[in-house]
Ligand binder design. Structure first.
Ligand SMILES: N[C@@H](CCC(=O)N[C@@H](CS)C(=O)NCC(=O)O)C(=O)O
Length: 206
């Protein structure tokens, strides 16, 4: 299988953590692909032009990340990652929303000239992140890997990578849960990491 992804992508990182947790990572080749490339290759696979995209052994292109994760879990027969399914899927949705708001914040603050940035819109993203983190801080989160905890830990790793906000402040329960779970090898090996933009995209920042 092939996974189109990029090292900074939290959604790609989540899929990779699931791939490691299911043992299917050894059957997947990562194809580094920045979604802002003008090359139409990605949009032929996913008309939304977003990563991650998984190419299955029969050549089918799967997106988006929850669909890919569920596919990997089913292929590996690892239902335990989705035990208490609705809680897991809700937690994944919340974590994905944090990732969405974090990625949009990054795009706005990093790629858009400061005089064009919209403060209200940035605050809206930050408020969504903060409300979601407050909810997670009240929850008794699992200490083992499952679809919910992988998603939440990856979302937090992305907030750290891009320094989106001081998420630990006043959230002691969530911080101590994260400090514990983030040392799991699947999360260490999949963590989103900084990576230079492809050369042809650097002009976007100018
Ligand atoms: N809901 C999608 C979100 C994927 C997503 O937003 N990926 C970002 C990279 S982290 C992307 O491809 N952005 C390109 C764009 O927004 O045009 C998923 O879960 O896979």
């Amino acid at each position: 299988m092939q996974l189109y992804t990029w090292p900074t992508s939290p959604f790609g990182a989540k899929v990779w953590a699931v791939a490691i947790a299911t043992g299917l990572n050894t059957s997947i080749i990562k194809v580094p692909y920045h979604p802002w490339e003008a090359d139409p290759e990605l949009s032929k696979l996913n008309p939304l032009n977003k990563i991650p995209v998984l190419i299955t052994p029969n050549g089918e292109a799967l997106y988006d990340s929850p669909v890919i994760c569920e596919y990997l879990i089913e292929q590996a027969g690892m239902d335990e990652l989705l035990e208490n399914k609705w809680c897991n899927l809700r937690q994944q949705a919340l974590a994905d929303g944090i990732m969405d708001a974090g990625v949009l914040t990054r795009y706005e603050t990093h790629f858009r000239p400061s005089q064009l940035q919209c403060k209200d819109w940035l605050n809206r993203q930050l408020n969504a992140i903060n409300r979601s983190l407050d909810v997670l801080n009240q929850e008794k989160l699992n200490d083992r890997l499952d679809m919910g905890t992988i998603s939440i830990a990856t979302a937090i790793a992305y907030l750290d990578l891009r320094k989106v906000c001081d998420w630990q402040e006043h959230r002691q329960q969530l911080a101590s849960w994260y400090n514990n779970i983030s040392s799991h090898p699947a999360l260490v090996q999949s963590r989103p990491t900084d990576y230079p933009l492809p050369e042809n995209l650097i002009k976007l920042k100018e």
